[in-house]
Design a protein around this ligand. Structure first.
Ligand code: ADP
Ligand code: MG
Length: 369
């Protein structure tokens, strides 16, 4: 029987997983290098240790019945040390922590990604530069591993800019992938959960608006055609099955005309699923815990239109409950408010998406005062 759940990573996602797991009666042990990390306040115990500390991982293993993680960049030695109690498997981590392997896996599942070329060594770089000169276009070069919120990404539009990248940014100890810049109509995401018994459940499609490559708003229901919703759901189903998913997979996608192209995957609850905390019968964190514990998955029905607005370190006016009216402000308990650090989010619930967006505009104007 599962009594204690271990969580690798104690940021906001670990915290919200822990809150859901606690509500279900589980005990929580979190491993995170930062004392008093956001999850610590709602955990029974924190192991303060580096994420690559295999001995600390073993301590987590012996103190829990089951382990999950809040981020995909789990050290492979740690993932292997935890494998006996890691229903999500280290294979899913291996795929999602490498953008090239991830795209190959998506293509193997019969699904579309943007056109890309790997730049994993000097030789590949030289070949890429030559090819690019013959076909100058907008591209994004991304680090293959470790990037998030647009970090480790370089937008390149000309041969001169590519040359700048080669001279002043390129590091031959790092692997890169060059993606064609895609002119999408919209960005959307889907969160799918699957348990070890093979039960699959999909949350409503979110329409995502990014600002400076950081998620700014998620709008649900997404303002896309029914055809696009069906395609997005099919992609989620296909990937969950192809990957033999256990746990949660968040799938970021670009909508281009009638096409849906997969951008990237995250093997965990996702920022674009925070709307589920107030707008759905079951939220993504509870469903994730259900999935990893191999419990029956619960209802993902959307009760109301919703817009989720991220609150970053600079959004001081948005961090005060007294300014929220009837909107739902969730704060992650982070002590230091740095620029662009995710401090919380607000779920705005109204009878239509348009009304939600009017309220969001008011909040943003107020924030800029
Ligand atoms: P991460 O979220 O890991 O930083 P993403 O690949 O999701 O990396 O990139 C962040 C954002 O940058 C995307 O949500 C999208 O807005 C934009 N972006 C990424 N790749 C492309 C692309 N190939 N074409 C156009 N825009 C892109
Ligand atoms: Mg992304």
């Amino acid at each position: 029987m599962i009594k204690t759940i271990g969580i690798l990573g104690g940021g906001q996602l670990g915290r919200m997983m822990a809150i859901a797991a606690r509500t279900m009666g589980y005990n929580i042990v979190v491993l995170d290098p930062t004392p008093n990390c956001p999850c610590a306040a709602v955990a029974d115990k924190q192991i303060v240790a580096a994420f690559d500390d295999v001995e600390a991982a073993k301590e987590l293993l012996t103190s829990c019945d089951l382990i999950t993680y809040e981020f995909e960049n789990v050290n492979q030695n740690v993932a292997n040390a935890l494998s006996a109690k890691l229903p999500q498997t280290s294979e899913l981590l291996r795929i999602t922590q490498n953008r090239i392997l991830e795209k190959q896996t998506i293509n193997d599942a019969g699904l579309k990604t943007v056109a890309y070329k790997s730049i994993c060594n000097r030789k590949e770089l030289e070949v890429f530069v030559e090819d690019y000169k013959a076909n100058v276009r907008n591209i994004i070069i991304k680090t293959v591993q470790g990037g998030y919120d647009g970090k480790g990404q370089y937008v390149i539009k000309t041969a001169d800019e590519l040359n700048d990248f080669v001279v002043s940014k390129y590091n031959e100890n790092i692997e890169y992938v060059a993606e064609d810049f895609i002119h999408f109509n919209k960005e959307i995401s889907v969160i799918v959960c699957r348990n070890a018994s093979g039960e699959i459940s999909i949350f409503p499609v979110a329409e995502n608006i990014h600002k400076n490559q950081i998620l700014h708003q998620s709008i649900v229901p997404a303002r896309v055609s029914n055809n696009i919703i069906i395609k997005a759901n099919d992609i989620a189903l296909q990937l969950a099955t192809h990957l033999n998913l256990v746990g949660t997979l968040a799938i970021e996608m670009f909508v281009c005309g009638d096409d849906v192209v997969v951008n990237e995957l995250a093997p965990r609850p996702h920022n674009s699923g925070h709307y589920t905390l107030n707008a759905c019968a079951t939220n993504q964190f509870e469903q994730h815990i259900r999935a990893v514990c191999n419990l029956s998955l619960s209802d993902t029905k959307l009760f109301t239109p919703v817009v989720m607005l991220n609150v970053l370190g600079q959004d001081t006016n948005l961090m005060k409950q007294e300014n929220m009216g009837k909107n739902k402000l969730h704060l992650y308990g982070k002590t230091e408010a740095k620029v662009d650090r995710k401090m919380g989010h607000i779920n705005v619930l109204r009878e239509s998406v348009d009304k939600c967006l009017i309220e969001v505009e008011k909040l943003l104007n107020f924030n800029n005062q």
